[in-house]
Design a protein around this ligand. Structure first.
Ligand SMILES: [Zn+2]
Length: 222
């Protein structure tokens, strides 16, 4: 069972994740949003239109489980629907990060996002169980959450084609680490495909190698 953070600690963890997202270049300007779920079911979410680089604990909004603002100044992001879908998809999820990681996004603009499901990077195979993607949907629309929910039921990281990515975890910092891992995987795949001349030229793990990997490090399927 994940440790349930108090509102004070949840706000601190969200701000830490926001600062790291900005520092690592996984969001720019007003991109992205981070939320965490309280034991009561209410949510703490970043306000719309705030840079993740300078957001502070007292600027975060307290929202109902339905995403309606209860306390705090500013508007709830239109992308909160994606967060609600992630929480509804898996009861263990206590935090959601949505960002626009540039290299991972670039694969979706190139139509190459399926490579994240292939058995190439051992840690992605074992830790994330592959990274699936949803087709393009208007950012902030209900379609984004509707399409992502079935994938978020089983995966910690999902790509949103021609838009960004969403990660879900037991706390905001862990959800941030999944986003960092996704972008790091994209950087390796980009560099390797440039050296190999194409994505098709990359080495794949054999079925036996995948089986051994999963026996040793495989994530538990929920
Ligand atoms: Zn977005």
């Amino acid at each position: 069972m994940p440790l349930l953070l108090s509102e004070f600690d949840l706000r601190k963890s969200i701000v830490r994740a926001c600062r790291a997202l900005h520092a690592r270049g996984l969001v720019a300007a007003f991109d992205g949003n981070v939320s965490g779920r309280l034991p009561s079911g209410n949510l703490i979410v970043t306000p719309a239109g705030a840079s993740k680089g300078d957001v502070t604990e007292d600027r975060l909004l307290l929202c109902s489980a339905e995403g309606k603002r209860i306390r705090g100044e500013g508007q709830v992001s239109t992308e909160v629907g994606l967060h609600l879908a992630a929480y509804a998809a898996r009861k263990e999820t206590r935090a959601v990060v949505h960002a626009h990681p540039p290299l991972a996004c670039a694969f979706t603009f190139a139509g190459a996002e399926k490579v994240f499901l292939e058995p190439i990077l051992p840690e992605v195979v074992a830790r994330l169980g592959g990274i699936p993607s949803i087709p393009y949907a208007t950012p902030g629309s209900a379609d984004v959450g509707r399409l992502a929910a079935p994938l978020l039921a089983k995966h910690d990281a999902v790509l949103l084609a021609q838009h960004g990515a969403v990660t879900a975890g037991p706390d905001p910092w862990t959800a941030f680490l999944y986003m960092e891992k996704l972008e790091h995987a994209a950087a390796i795949l980009k560099a390797a495909s440039e050296l190999a001349g194409s994505l098709e030229g990359l080495k794949r793990l054999t079925p036996a190698q995948v089986a051994d990997l999963m026996n040793t490090y495989g994530r538990k399927k929920s």
